[in-house]
Design a protein around this ligand. Structure first.
Ligand SMILES: Nc1ncnc2c1ncn2[C@@H]1O[C@H](COP(=O)(O)OP(=O)(O)OP(=O)(O)O)[C@@H](O)[C@H]1O
Ligand SMILES: [Mg+2]
Length: 254
């Protein structure tokens, strides 16, 4: 069964077609990678799916319901969660508090004023805290719970971001370059975590430049170039796709 359908999706910035008439489907409980050279439109595609920007044309269906035009928090409530290419953890808060925020799907200021105004009962807060800790445990970062989030090692911050995205119990997780800036060991660890999350029953769309990571964990790969889809297939077929090879070799030549 397909969780997500993207239909003829486009986003233009002035004359630039950042995403141009892209269509694809995403099967439940699979990992699909989105690859392509810098500026191909990968992050723009994620911004469109998660409601951070609106499409110029086309639509996005989550479990056959049109979610285009919805606000990010409405889309999050319906089960799509994301991480960011540039880590967005809140300064001056612990890793655990950052994960707890994901559960509220609210801004930092709402979270803090909320804590001061005690909008939840003590029992509610305790349950959010416990669930967030469980997720951190699942990802192997429980011992970092009380550390200040932005002073953690870079690789640890990336995992905290994933924990925060998981804390609102998504059906679909969008990961934008989760291995960017990680060393080989950390990359291998995050690869294991991503497959572990998929095995839990969560569908994953991942943007990644690390080709060995992509080839190892993906069930399918979507290739973008200048905003357009040039291929959407299984990893082996993608490796042997002439157009894909041309796009990447062309990039290396340049
Ligand atoms: N808000 C914006 N306003 C204008 N142009 C934008 C905006 N966002 C993205 N673009 C442009 O759209 C194109 C696609 O950008 P995008 O960030 O989606 O690429 P990407 O595939 O994620 O690249 P990278 O691998 O470098 O992260 C780029 O040319 C970029 O400059
Ligand atoms: Mg990007």
């Amino acid at each position: 069964m397909e969780v997500l359908h993207v239909h003829n999706l486009s986003r233009h910035f002035g004359g630039l077609k950042a995403v141009n008439n892209v269509s694809f489907a995403l099967k439940e409980k699979t990992i699909k990678a989105v690859i392509g050279p810098n500026g191909a439109g990968k992050t723009t595609l994620f911004n469109l799916i998660s409601g951070f920007i609106q499409p110029s044309e086309g639509r996005v269906l989550l479990n056959s319901i049109n979610i285009s035009g919805m606000k990010p928090y409405q889309i999050a409530k319906r089960g799509i969660s994301r991480t960011f290419q540039h880590i967005k953890l809140f300064h001056g808060m612990t890793a655990l508090e950052n994960v707890m925020i994901g559960r509220h799907r609210h801004s930092k200021s709402e979270f803090i004023s909320g804590m001061l105004n005690l909008p939840w009962t003590w029992a509610e807060e305790r349950s959010i805290r416990n669930r967030s800790l469980e997720i951190m445990e699942f990802l192997g970062i429980a011992e970092l719970a009380e550390s200040e989030a932005t002073s953690l090692a870079y690789g640890q911050q990336r995992v905290v971001e994933v924990a925060r995205a998981l804390s609102c119990e998504p059906k679909l997780l969008l990961l934008d370059e989760p291995a960017a800036g990680l060393n080989m060991r950390e990359t291998a660890e995050i690869a294991k975590l991503i497959t572990k999350i998929r095995d839990m029953g969560i569908t994953i769309l991942i943007v990644e430049h690390d080709m060995s990571l992509v080839m190892n964990i993906s069930d399918e790969i979507l290739v973008l170039s200048y905003g357009e889809k040039i291929a959407d297939d299984e990893p082996l077929a993608i490796q042997n796709n002439r157009e894909v090879v041309r796009v990447y070799l062309g990039e290396e030549d340049a």
